[in-house]
Write a protein that binds this ligand. Structure first.
Ligand code: HEC
Ligand code: HEC
Ligand code: HEC
Ligand code: HEC
Length: 121
């Protein structure tokens, strides 16, 4: 016959197993950040299609080349820091994009630098 005491022990063991199961599961979820395939920017000047994963895979760029100024190796949206308006030290969201996108295309002599090559849609 099973005593109350045995049942309690069995219950404790089950709870411990359940908790350690949850902890193991949580700690093995891959932490690799998501890498969006493409991003469509909706804006007044005409939509801009940005082939995010092509830029990463084929053009040999590092995440932090664009997601710059980050202490913890995380990627953040530009507007976490670059507001619509901006100020002297911090370019506005639009200026940040134009400077970074066009800047690299012009420096590398590859990629669109004319308005309607990006604002195509
Ligand atoms: C050529 C520049 C560039 C490179 C390289 C790059 N990104 Fe991005 N990424 C962007 C831009 C621009 C955005 C859009 C940010 C915004 O809308 O504010 C973005 C957005 C993201 C987002 C957010 C998507 C969303 O919709 O919220 C994640 C996550 C991300 N990138 C991860 C990565 C990872 C991981 C890498 C490296 C494998 C990487 N990025 C490399 C430019 C880049
Ligand atoms: C964690 C905050 C943060 C995030 C996220 C961020 N920036 Fe910045 N960015 C800054 C700060 C602060 C400056 C001004 C100081 C400096 O140049 O580092 C800056 C400056 C810039 C400049 C001007 C650099 C120069 O040399 O004139 C560009 C262009 C730029 N950011 C583009 C982007 C783009 C595009 C994204 C998104 C892919 C982005 N930033 C995400 C904080 C951020
Ligand atoms: C650090 C460098 C770098 C940055 C930053 C960058 N690009 Fe590019 N981009 C390239 C290179 C290299 C090519 C390839 C040109 C070629 O081989 O024809 C390219 C090509 C393109 C093309 C044409 C080919 C395609 O994939 O559609 C578009 C559109 C484009 N980039 C948009 C953007 C936009 C929008 C941004 C900013 C959100 C951006 N790029 C930021 C390097 C960059
Ligand atoms: C390399 C690609 C690229 C080129 C070249 C480019 N743009 Fe942009 N433009 C962008 C991106 C990316 C954004 C940001 C969209 C967002 O904030 O979501 C933007 C935003 C804008 C905005 C802001 C619209 C709004 O909703 O506030 C205007 C206006 C604009 N661009 C005009 C121009 C003009 C004019 C030119 C030519 C002198 C030009 N762009 C060239 C990629 C480009």
């Amino acid at each position: 016959m099973t005593s109350q005491r045995d049942l309690k022990i069995a219950l404790c063991v089950m709870i411990v197993l359940l908790i350690s199961g949850i902890i193991c599961y949580a700690s093995f979820i891959p932490e690799a950040p998501e890498d969006p395939v493409r991003i469509m920017f909706q804006n007044k000047a005409g939509k801009v299609l940005f082939t995010h994963s092509v830029h990463n895979d084929d053009f040999g760029l590092e995440c932090l080349d664009c997601h710059h100024n980050i202490e913890d190796d995380e990627t953040y949206n530009c507007s976490e820091c670059h507001e619509e308006t901006g100020d002297e030290d911090l370019p506005s969201r639009t200026d940040a994009f134009h400077t970074q996108c066009k800047g690299c295309h012009e420096d590398g002599g590859a990629g669109p630098a004319e308005c309607n090559e990006c604002h195509a849609l």
